[in-house]
Ligand binder design. Structure first.
Ligand SMILES: [Zn+2]
Length: 486
């Protein structure tokens, strides 16, 4: 490692509070409390509001979040063109927000606005941007996010805290298993975070199961993190050929996709360790919430994020354990802070205490579904009706199509029912060829993550019209419970 880089890492490390986490019962909770206590030191307003803090209670944490939110609102009004105009139009000021109920008065932030005009969200000069990331999706839905050095260090710190909370120590290796390397690569970010935080990590993106197992052996991997369906695939392919329990894994963290209970059971039986689900989104940095051993929801990093669940129609808060749209506010971002950002994910909130002994940190339930027609196949490729419209409807005679998603073993099965008018000769081949021209289909097919798509032709005019949102029917058991009213 070049000397300069070493020095920089040493400087960065001094600012990571996760390195002071002790191995007591609930280190993650202590880490979050540490951030609240730091605020008592740094902010007179907060100190006076709480009268200093001996122990951090649930109410103190809520008070801390509202305090940070007011500060964040003032910051975006000052620095972001989007929020300045939005809040002026709504006639809302930071000092108006005193209680949890007051949050409902702040207008929501729509992901489409961020996709359309990312620069109006940017709060710092371009020279202060350390990294910019673009989320996956079509050009119309891609979002550009900007992170400052402080933002990146904060993300590193939260990743390190989450890994230590699942029992990872300085001697263990983390194997990072995301099968695709993309522009916003969570694997590379995780790897970088581990290096800075003094944890060992190895990136292995190979879809070859033997190579994954070899990498585990050579590096003495004790914790795995990766795309849920990919970890499941490796498990099914390896369990009959290798003694997986012999690895002595401490934890497997399933990321970026939901973790159905059926998958968890199979994986736990194969590896003999805890299988945990993690939730994060690019818009909020990576590590937003992680499951504990109680397996009843994911503990959120409430020092850096404030989560609400609302009725998507009325915008009103929903009570504990009632599913609705998840809305996040980043409490410490500098580059692209988002306030009351609509995630389109359906989940619910769970108030503490938790069976794992956390007494002050709130949880979010496992995500139960998405509000738009977008879904994921293979190794996380996003698919949505517009994607197929472009290639299928341009084939002569094709009037409409429907897609049904099923799962066979670890692979997704895509069945396209295509409505064709007139001559059917060669239509099947043309449809299949057009589909294979899409990266979203070709890549997972080449990597053995989906089966060859099945094409069924039906006579033009023989099927009822279906609105765009109903064109894709997902029959895979990705979610354990279907959300109410969605
Ligand atoms: Zn817990």
């Amino acid at each position: 490692m070049p000397l300069l880089q070493k020095v920089k890492i040493a400087i960065a490390r001094r600012r990571l509070t996760s390195l002071n986490m002790k191995g007591d019962a609930n280190p993650l909770e202590e880490w979050i409390h540490g951030k609240v206590r730091a605020e008592v030191k740094n902010s007179r307003e907060f100190r006076e509001a709480t009268g200093g803090l001996e122990r951090v209670s649930r109410d103190d944490l809520r008070e801390f979040q509202l305090h940070r939110l007011r500060r964040q609102m003032a910051y975006v009004i000052e620095n972001s063109y989007y929020y300045k105009k939005k809040y002026e139009a709504a006639g809302i000021r930071p000092e108006d927000i005193r209680t949890w109920e007051d949050l409902e008065r702040i207008p929501l932030t729509d992901p489409a606005d961020l996709a359309a005009e990312p620069l109006t969200f940017l709060c710092v000069s371009q020279s202060k941007v350390m990294r910019a990331f673009t989320t996956s999706g079509t050009s119309g839905t891609r979002k550009r996010l900007f992170y400052t050095q402080n933002d990146v260090l904060n993300i590193v710190d939260s990743i390190s805290a989450a890994l230590r909370s699942v029992g990872m120590s300085g001697k263990d290796n983390l194997q990072i298993m995301f099968p695709a390397v993309s522009a916003w690569d969570p694997g590379l970010m995780l790897d970088g975070a581990c290096k800075v935080a003094g944890l060992n990590s190895t990136v292995c993106s190979s879809v070859d199961v033997d190579e994954q197992i070899r990498t585990m052996r050579e590096n003495d991997t004790k914790v795995m993190i990766g795309l849920t369906s990919f970890l499941y695939r490796i498990t099914l392919l390896a369990r009959d050929r290798y003694d997986l329990k012999g690895f002595g894994m401490k934890a497997i963290i399933c990321s970026a996709e939901p973790l159905p209970e059926a998958m968890r059971r199979e994986m736990r039986a194969a590896w003999g360790c805890k299988i945990l689900s993690q939730y994060g989104m690019t818009e909020m940095g990576l590590a937003t919430a992680i499951e504990c051993e109680a397996a009843d929801g994911l503990h959120m990093n409430e020092a850096d994020f404030l989560a609400e669940v609302i009725d998507p129609q009325t915008g009103k808060h929903l009570p504990d354990r009632t599913p609705g749209e998840l809305v996040f506010t980043s409490l410490s971002m500098e580059g692209t802070p988002l306030i009351r950002y609509r995630t389109r994910d359906i989940s619910f909130l769970i108030e503490p205490p938790c069976n794992c002994d956390f007494v002050t940190i709130g949880k979010m339930g496992k995500v139960q579904g998405r509000m738009d027609a977008q879904t994921k196949i293979g190794y996380g490729q996003k698919i949505f009706p517009v994607l197929f419209d472009e290639v299928l409807l341009s084939i002569s005679g094709v009037m409409s199509y429907r897609l049904t998603l099923d799962r066979e073993g670890y692979r997704d099965l895509l069945t396209f029912t295509v409505e064709v008018q007139g001559d059917h000769d060669g239509a099947k081949e043309r449809v299949l060829e057009a589909l294979k021209g899409l990266d979203e289909i070709r890549e997972p097919l080449e990597n053995d993550l989906i089966l060859e798509p099945v094409i069924e032709l039906v006579e033009g005019g023989s099927v009822a019209f279906a609105p765009k949102s109903k064109v894709i029917e997902d029959r895979r058991k990705n979610y354990d419970r279907q959300a109410k009213g969605s």
